[in-house]
Design a protein around this ligand. Structure first.
Ligand code: BTN
Length: 241
């Protein structure tokens, strides 16, 4: 990963930049696009992603996972999330993954997230853009419940060093996925999942107490309610409260 590295001082969004590279056919698998500043950084649920210029990591990786069936799409998500998590946990052991692909500190503050955008060809994946935003050295946030690695540890981090660590770790997980190690990737992901197996509050239209049991095909989150009923949710159907 990162043999082809596009370093941008500024762009709208590294994911959008990656998409235009794919469109023009000018990319190779493993191309990494890094931006110092994103003016239209995008998050999940059509949210925007804000990061103070020069203090954080915002980058995208282009993959061509054309060996993956569409119903295995969440396996890529899990491999990527765990690749990132391993590096974050080396820095601070209590960081966790919040389903589907956020990174949280022990108090539930958000440290980063991923936006994965795929193109499909028939029943198989064609390209996948994995966009990653990690709060690294930023100390003040305009929103609540956000934190950075510096905020957690009191240290500052070299962004190039951190990017290199992340790319090595992500590549390792990607190769495991390519070699078919789906179960071990899922196990790694589940072992580090925030609220796994504990009773907590959710909202699926109305608030309720539930317990995460696991993640099914397509990445649906399976939650048991207090009455013992098990329900499965996609990303839009459930909120953690
Ligand atoms: C989220 O938590 O909602 C996902 C945030 C993803 C942000 C990254 S920053 C690099 C890449 N480019 C984007 O526009 N978004 C992702």
């Amino acid at each position: 990963l990162g043999k082809d590295l596009v370093n941008l001082t500024e762009c709208h969004s590294t994911n959008s930049f990656a998409a235009s590279m794919i469109k023009s056919g000018q990319f190779s698998e493993g191309t990494v696009i890094v931006a110092e500043v994103q003016t239209k950084g995008r998050g999940q649920r059509n949210n925007s992603w804000h990061a103070a210029p020069g203090l954080n990591l915002t980058f995208s990786i282009i993959f061509k996972p054309n060996y993956l069936h569409v119903d295995q799409q969440f396996d890529l998500n899990m491999a990527m999330a765990f690749g990132v998590l391993e590096v974050l946990q080396n820095i601070h052991p209590k960081i966790q993954i919040k389903w589907p692909n956020d990174f949280l500190d022990v108090n539930g503050n958000k440290l980063g997230g991923m936006l994965i955008e795929n193109t499909i060809s028939g029943n198989l994946f064609d390209t996948s853009i994995v966009g990653i935003g990690i709060n690294v050295n930023q100390m003040e946030f305009p929103v609540e419940n956000a934190i950075s690695l510096a905020g957690i540890t009191g240290k500052t981090f070299d962004l190039e060093w951190l990017l290199e660590q992340l790319l090595v770790s992500i590549e390792k997980q990607y190769l495991l996925l390519k070699n078919g190690s789906h179960q071990s990737i899922k196990d790694s992901y589940m072992d580090h999942l925030f609220r796994m197996g504990v009773w907590a509050s959710y909202d699926d239209g109305e608030p309720f107490i539930g317990k995460i049991l696991g993640v099914g095909p397509y990445g649906h989150l399976s939650i048991m309610k207090q009455n013992g009923k098990i329900q499965s949710y996609d990303f839009k159907q459930i909120k953690f409260i």
